[in-house]
Design a protein around this ligand. Structure first.
Ligand code: EPZ
Length: 417
């Protein structure tokens, strides 16, 4: 099992390129199931989750032509096995995103329930409820969701809470349904918009993506297309936090600040100078950060996927920060690991009080989930001495070549087997 060995204390300096967005790429890969013609994708991030999704699609019958690490063509003309088996779904919850497209295209799908993960129970009841409203007969037996329908029919759907993959699953299903579907209380995340843009380029009729009401007029079939995956705003935010925490000065290319307003506001409140460019973003950190309180909520509010990274920078900031996590019920596992590095964090339910300390001391810590791992890396970059981050397979799921990119920014980091 790989580990990351980090020697803290070097401010990050220089420039790295940001990769394509994992949380846009995963639903967009599933969109290939909706068409008999090839879907060509570029700016695809080279991540374990992407490789897992490609394997999952291939075992269904999708032909995968990998032109490079960052581009692929998917041919969904033959789907002879509309099943997502437990062995694959348990390693990547986003596999639930094949459910909507399979029901729409084949009329019959068996997808293993994703099960919970470190950050929460992660139910998919809204995905199921929406498909049932569109006429699918859905049963949940032996850990599998089995959905059947000759053809989905358009419906007015209202999700009980904002759900990103729930919105994406139902939007994809609605593309081939008979009639119009309206999704109310839809997720407004930029990754939902990127998926909608890809679907529209395939011939789907979608309006309102990016707002909380999305209208989809079903069509008989979708055609092939070429789509460039949007930049990863969470990877962007993660490197901005790493530079902020280490008192550095960096430039991130192939990305933009337009999907990160809430995160940039907080970094500026913490004392950072941020300069957005057309396809890049620069950050100059202050000598010492000022603590910033935050509350996670659906887009465009502060993203839950940046909460752990901000907890890390608050550990060494001047002052006390109050963090409230309102999306997931158990997304503070990084706190106990940060405390091993000397952080002063008190957790009470979904609230964390972080009192900034002068410095952190290197230690061995264990990653528990993707963004928690990122926060431990950030803390290791500022801690005095050596930090060994264990179980970094979590990192490899969602960050492309993280150790190489950090090393290019001057971090003393090494991957040890
Ligand atoms: C997506 O997960 C992202 N994953 C997550 O990123 C992200 O943290 C999350 O959205 C919130 O922004 C992908 O896009 C692949 P939700 P998702 O459905 O769609 C509850 C990362 O680190 N809920 O928006 O699974 C749910 O339990 C990952 O990249 C139901 O109760 O999240 C949660 O409390 C982690 N029933 C809340 O809604 C449902 O049917 C929001 O979940 C669906 C969701």
């Amino acid at each position: 099992m790989d580990k990351l060995l980090i020697e803290g204390g070097s401010p990050l300096k220089g420039e790295v390129a940001i990769s394509g967005a994992k949380n846009a790429a995963l639903p967009i890969l599933c969109a290939a199931l909706l068409s008999k013609e090839p879907l060509h994708l570029t700016n695809l991030p080279d991540l374990n989750d992407v490789r897992t999704m490609l394997k999952l699609l291939a075992q269904m019958g999708v032909k995968v032509h990998r032109e490079s690490a960052n581009s692929v063509t998917l041919d969904g003309s033959t789907i002879d096995n509309p099943v997502a088996p437990y062995e694959m779904v348990k390693t990547m919850r986003a596999a639930i995103l094949v459910l909507g497209p399979l029901v729409a295209r084949v009329g019959d799908a068996r997808v293993s329930l994703p099960g919970g993960c470190a950050i929460g129970a992660r139910p998919v009841d809204q995905h199921i409820k929406g498909l049932q409203s569109m006429g699918a007969e859905v049963t949940v037996e032996h850990g599998y969701v089995h959905a059947k329908v000759p053809r989905l029919r358009g419906a007015r759907l209202f999700t009980d809470m904002v759900t990103v993959t729930g919105t994406e699953n139902l939007m994809m299903a609605a593309c081939l349904a008979d009639g119009e579907t309206v999704i109310e209380n839809a997720a407004r995340e930029p990754e939902v918009v990127d998926l909608a843009n890809c679907l529209v380029s395939m011939g789907a009729q979608i309006s309102g993506a990016g707002t909380d009401v999305i209208r989809i007029r079903g069509v008989a079939q979708l055609h092939g297309a070429t789509h460039r995956v949007m930049p990863d705003r969470i990877e962007t935010g993660t490197y901005l936090c790493a530079a902020a925490a280490t008192g550095g000065q960096i430039r991130l290319t192939g990305t933009s600040s337009c999907y990160l307003d809430s995160v940039i506001d907080k970094l500026m409140d913490a004392g950072c100078e941020i300069t957005p460019e057309r396809e890049a973003i620069r950050l100059q950190a202050p000598r010492r950060l000022t603590a910033v309180s935050l509350r996670t909520a659906p887009y465009p509010a502060f993203p839950t996927d940046m909460q752990a990274q901000f907890m890390a920078i608050n550990c060494v900031a001047n002052g006390t920060a109050v963090i409230r996590e309102t999306i997931f019920e158990n997304r503070y596992m990084h706190a106990v690991e940060l405390a091993r590095l000397g952080a002063d964090i008190k957790i009470d339910g979904n609230t964390a009080v972080v009192r900034g300390v002068e410095r952190l001391e290197g230690a061995t810590v264990m990653a528990t989930d993707l963004r928690a791992s990122a926060s431990l890396v950030i803390a290791g970059l500022v801690a005095q001495g050596e930090t060994l981050v264990d179980r970094i397979y979590h990192l490899d799921r969602g960050y492309e070549h993280l150790d190489e990119k950090l090393a290019r920014l001057g971090a003393r980091v090494r991957r040890v087997r």
